[in-house]
Ligand binder design. Structure first.
Ligand code: C2E
Ligand code: MG
Ligand code: MG
Ligand code: MG
Length: 269
C-alpha cells in the first residue's frame, strides 16, 4: 500500500513536470512569433539626478503583451529567450525600438538598453548598433548599453573587441546589477566602462542594515575614485534618497522617481 501511495506521488510529480515542460515549449514557440506579431513592447523608467530630480536618462525595459496571459514581465520569458537563442532577435528588436523612441523625442537625455551576454559575444554587434544609430539619427552619446559583470569578466576577446568598438563610436557602457557578481574588478581598469549601477538588493537595506550602508558607501567610493558614474537602483523611499544624497550619490533610479511606463517621456512626477 505504502508502495502504491509512493507511486501515485511520483506519477503526480511526473505529470507536473511534463505540464511545466510543455508549457515552456508552448511559450517558446509563441515567443518565436511574438516579435514579428508586434507583441513586444518597451516601457521606460527615468534615471534622475538625485538633488534636482531632473531626468538624465531612461532605461528601456521589455515586456510581452501575451494575447492570453496579458502583460508579462521579462523574468517570465527572458530565460526562455536566452536558452533558445531567441534573445539575439529579441535584443535586436529592443535596441532598434529604444533608439527610435529616443530619437523621436526632443529630450536630450540618454536611453539605456540592456544587452545580454549572448548578444555581445556575436561578432557584428557593434556594427548593428552603428547601423541602428545611423538609421535613427540618434547621437551615439545618447545611447548607453547596460552589460552585466559576467560579460565584462568573460575573457572572450571577441566581446572585448566589440566593447572597444562601441566605445570608439561614442556609446557609453555601464555595468548593471553591480555588486552581485564576482568581485573581480580588473575589468574596470581594462575596459572602457563609464558607469556602474548599484543593484537594488543593496538599496533595500539602506538605513536599516548597517552592512548595506557600508557596502553602498564602498561601491560609491570605488566608482567615484575611478572617475566613473554611479547610479543607484531601486530607490523607493525619501529616506533612501536622503541617505544616498548624504553619501554623495548623484544619480538614481527607482519607483520613488517613476515606474516604468509605456510613454517615453511622461513618467516623471
Ligand atoms: P535591470 O536591468 O536591473 O532593471 C531594473 C529592474 O528593476 C526592472 O525590472 C525595474 O522595473 C525594476 N525596478 C526599478 N525600480 C525599482 C524599484 O524602486 N523597486 C523595485 N522593486 N523594482 C524596481 P524589470 O523591468 O522586471 O526587468 C528585470 C530585468 O530584466 C532587468 O533588470 C534586466 O536585467 C532584464 N531586462 C529587461 N529588459 C531587458 C531587455 O530588453 N534585454 C535584456 N537582455 N534584459 C532585459
Ligand atoms: Mg538594466
Ligand atoms: Mg539594473
Ligand atoms: Mg538589477
Amino acid at each position: 500500500q505504502a508502495k502504491n501511495r509512493g507511486r501515485d506521488r511520483w506519477d503526480t510529480v511526473d505529470t507536473g513536470l511534463r505540464k511545466a515542460a510543455s508549457e515552456r515549449l508552448d511559450l517558446e514557440s509563441q515567443l518565436r512569433t511574438a516579435i514579428s506579431d508586434g507583441e513586444l513592447e518597451l516601457h521606460f523608467q527615468p534615471i534622475v539626478g538625485l538633488t534636482g530630480r531632473r531626468v538624465i536618462g531612461r532605461e528601456a525595459l521589455v515586456r510581452w503583451r501575451h494575447p492570453q496571459k496579458g502583460l508579462m514581465p521579462p523574468i517570465t520569458f527572458l530565460p526562455i529567450a536566452e536558452e533558445s537563442g531567441l534573445i539575439v532577435e529579441l535584443g535586436a528588436w529592443v535596441l532598434r525600438a529604444a533608439v527610435r523612441a529616443a530619437a523621436a523625442s526632443l529630450d536630450p537625455g540618454y536611453v539605456a538598453v540592456n544587452v545580454s551576454p549572448n548578444q555581445m559575444i556575436r561578432p557584428g554587434f557593434s556594427a548593428q548598433v552603428e547601423t541602428v544609430l545611423a538609421e535613427s539619427g540618434l547621437p551615439a552619446g545618447q545611447l548607453v548599453l547596460e552589460l552585466t559583470e559576467s560579460v565584462m569578466l568573460s575573457a572572450a576577446p571577441a566581446a572585448r573587441l566589440e566593447i572597444d568598438r562601441l566605445h570608439r563610436l561614442g556609446v557609453r557602457i555601464v555595468v548593471d546589477d553591480f555588486g552581485t557578481g564576482f568581485s573581480a574588478l580588473s575589468y574596470l581598469r581594462d575596459l572602457p566602462v563609464s558607469g556602474i549601477k548599484v543593484d537594488r538588493s543593496f538599496t533595500a537595506g539602506l538605513g536599516d542594515d548597517p552592512q548595506c550602508d557600508r557596502i553602498v558607501e564602498a561601491l560609491i567610493g570605488l566608482g567615484h575614485g575611478l572617475g566613473i558614474d554611479v547610479i543607484v537602483e531601486g530607490v523607493e523611499t525619501e529616506r533612501q534618497s536622503d541617505l544616498l544624497v548624504g553619501i554623495g550619490v548623484q544619480h538614481a533610479q527607482g519607483y520613488l522617481f517613476g515606474k516604468p511606463s509605456p510613454q517615453y517621456e511622461l513618467q516623471n512626477a
